[in-house]
Design a protein around this ligand. Sequence first.
Ligand SMILES: Cc1cc2nc3c(=O)[nH]c(=O)nc-3n(C[C@H](O)[C@H](O)[C@H](O)COP(=O)(O)OP(=O)(O)OC[C@H]3O[C@@H](n4cnc5c(N)ncnc54)[C@H](O)[C@@H]3O)c2cc1C
Length: 482
Amino acid sequence: MDRRTVLRAGAGAGLAAGLWAPVGQAAAARKDADWAGLKKLLGGRLFRPGDRQFWPLNLPANPFYADRVPGGIAYPQTPDDVATAVNWAGENGVKVVPRSGGHNYAGYSTTDGGLLVHLGGMRDVKVNGTTLTVGAGARNADVYAALKDTDLLLPGGRCPDVGVSGLVLGGGIGLATRNLGLTCDSLTGTTAVLADGYTATCHENSNSELFWACRGGAGGNFGINTSYTFRLHRVQGVVTYDLSWDWKDAKSALKALAGLIAESRHRKTLACQFGLRTSGNARVYAQGLYFGPQETLMSLIGRLPRPKSRAVKRAGVWEGMSRFYETSSGDPYASGSIVAKQNLATPVIEQLVDAFSGWKSVTPASRATVSFFAMGGADTALRPTDTAYVHRDATFIVDLATYWSDGDPDQAAAGNKQALQRLYGMLSAPLGTGAYQNFPDPDLQGWQAAYYGRNYAGLQRVKRTVDPDRLFTYPQGIVPAP
Ligand SMILES: Cc1cc2nc3c(=O)[nH]c(=O)nc-3n(C[C@H](O)[C@H](O)[C@H](O)COP(=O)(O)OP(=O)(O)OC[C@H]3O[C@@H](n4cnc5c(N)ncnc54)[C@H](O)[C@@H]3O)c2cc1C
């Protein structure tokens, strides 16, 4: 029986503590760590592998990483609880991993043997005028719910279950990025508990270097953020569009879409995500928001090959956003990303469509997607060094993913990952090796330059100041400057 099988069986049966020693426990926690002491300090809100509440809290969104078993899961209700947990971890030599929405692609909000700080008890969302204050465990869905009857928008992502924490700390792209910038561009302040237990209030004039790092330096690196304050944007209405084409029109549709998106006059008004899917009938789609008159959008759509299906509607901003909510399938997956800095040339599109045409499923449930997020609008208003999010000259962010079924044999993961690597190699040759830190690939070589470019050295300096001993760490975590 492999560890995944043991875990599945154990999770269902209410596995008792201590049946096996989690891999890496020695590195993540001292043997004599006083877990019972932490439970007392947290008023009981500490769950260990024998506890019923432990297993559901431990499951990450990507089941590929479900076999990681923390030594304990803290479930704080307040920033003081967070500080208590962090102080205890420092004193007891236990590594700390925060989790908000648990949607990290590469399982970086999991730990074997360390302390998982699950922020699900801190999901408060408050709106005051055009200011939004969000607790660190809030999901996108909590923000949507608080704003749905207003014309106030936080430019965010598409998945209701993604945590605001992970989203904003790594940048945050979505259907309003070309119009209003990244999620982190609307962040005006955040509070974070640092490795020494100190609570830092961060904004432009207070702990400004840490504030800089919290806008694109990615979660899990500098401490545990406990709340965020955002500036909201008034948007009177949008036009939504959802188009799809048969496979035979894939090349012509993609070429026309790429051409339209590249036109500078639509940079701020035409938001678009388009892509290809192999699942079911292979197809090409384009969907998004238009921030302008419906007639103008219709004339733009008229320049594309005739879609097989087309839905175009005027909507209030949240009604429009809600048409494109997209949740995880629940299947295990592997993923990678490319930050492109030039327009999509015809040969790249042709190669990509040919590669998808020849896609061979490793198992019946195996499938792949490639999604292009159009950039190059309001996201370019800041310079690459103004925030830790460096990709200010991107034209597209490309998300490559492959999925299989949880019931598939272990070789399915390896086979699908190889296929993904081939796709990545094919696309990164012409498009470049930059990558989006919120779509991390654990196998990516040179991730420091790919995710952070010239900002990596600055992030290392912040890390040295706030967490020189790496209480917070993961395989692609920022390493302190020497
Ligand atoms: C289905 C799906 C759709 C997505 N759609 C988009 C999209 O439209 N746009 C986009 O930009 N991204 C998107 N993403 C990527 C998403 O933004 C990132 O995966 C994000 O990091 C997830 O945040 P989380 O809080 O859910 O994840 P978690 O796994 O909880 O956290 C992500 C990282 O941040 C750390 N962290 C969590 N909470 C804190 C905290 N309070 N303080 C410090 N560090 C913390 C974790 O340790 C981990 O390293 C999507 C992901 C999925 C799975």
